[in-house]
Design a protein around this ligand. Structure first.
Ligand code: MEV
Length: 313
């Protein structure tokens, strides 16, 4: 019996979130420690059955509501590869926490696109996958910059500017990051929409902050591509970015607690990652076991509901 599987990583934004929606650059990297997985197997189900066990959902594509994100990406992908819905079971699972800035939506969509293409023995280039996923992101996240679908579909560190060809970042040294989860679900469209409303009232005020973020992101790119990356300099850039995100009212007491705890425990820099108001923060740590343990423990003591240690190579 025919069966295919496809996976997709989560992502974090190292710097530049929100400003990226306004045409400034941002740097994002895939996080392979968490992933979404889609498998498709032939079955006499009388249709295309979708099982999303994490969401406790089991339904037929033909019966899905028009606002269902999974059926939307399935429909778009089938149209793109010029196929009709086969009699199969599509199972989707994910270890990426939902609504916490780790790109869970983009990763789930990406794994579905890849699984469908594999099922029909077709190859879709990362740019095609990213474009399809962006269409779904647009439906559910307002006006996304497109950074999430890009980094997840290309599975590479990217220097992303909306509407421009993607630039891969050639990292010369590995970075150890600790991702701390506040446990607070923060849908991206809410924080993005709130900032947009405030920007509409006082555009110049906000544009100045976005310019300051742009300067940080450009320095971060140069730092990442250097042969010898100074962790303290990079951490300082993360801290400066966080100062601006806080001034933009995108942080939260839970995020601030985790960020402060990580810094006190020896992190070289720490900031929120993604939309803010909850979700995850990231901390840069020297690649030493004692340091990783100290920051991890400090994060849990400060209320983190989950911690991921990831090495970016
Ligand atoms: C979300 O991962 C990042 C934001 O900058 C929104 C976007 O880029 O679409 C907050």
């Amino acid at each position: 019996m025919k069966k295919v599987e496809a996976t997709s990583p989560g992502k974090i934004i190292l710097c530049g979130e929100h400003a990226v929606v306004y045409g400034r650059p941002a740097i994002a990297v895939p996080v392979t420690d968490v992933q979404a997985q889609a498998s498709i197997k032939m079955a006499s189900t009388g249709g295309f059955r979708i099982i999303a066990s994490d969401l406790k959902r089991d339904y037929l594509l033909a019966e899905a509501g028009s606002d269902d994100p999974l059926s939307t990406i399935i429909g778009m992908t089938l149209a793109q590869i010029k196929q009709t819905a086969p009699d199969v079971i599509l199972s989707v699972t994910s270890t990426i926490p939902l609504g916490r800035g780790l790109g869970s939506g983009a990763a789930i969509s990406t794994s579905i696109v890849r699984a469908l293409a594999a099922f029909f023995e077709q190859t879709l280039a990362p740019a095609e996958v990213s474009k399809l996923v962006y269409e779904v992101e647009k439906l559910y996240h307002g006006i996304p910059s497109g950074i999430d679908n890009t980094v997840v579909a290309f599975e590479q560190p990217v220097y992303f500017v909306k509407g421009q060809a993607i630039e891969r970042i050639e990292m010369r040294q590995s970075l150890t990051l600790i991702i701390g989860d506040t446990g607070v679900v923060s849908p991206t469209y809410q924080a993005v929409g709130d900032l947009r409303r405030r920007w509409q009232v006082e555009p110049e005020f906000y544009e100045r902050y976005f310019d300051a973020i742009e300067a940080i992101v450009k320095q971060a790119k140069v730092a990442l591509e250097q042969d010898r990356l100074s962790l303290s300099a990079f951490g300082q850039l993360m801290n400066e970015n966080q100062t601006i995100l806080k001034a933009l009212q995108l942080s939260s007491p839970e995020l601030e607690r985790l960020i402060e705890a990580a810094r006190q425990a020896g992190a070289m820099g720490a900031k929120l990652s993604g939309a803010g108001w909850g979700g995850n923060m990231i901390a840069l740590v020297p690649p030493k076991k004692e340091m990783i343990e100290a920051v991890t423990q400090a994060l849990f003591e400060a209320g983190a509901t989950g911690v991921i240690v990831t090495n970016l190579d």
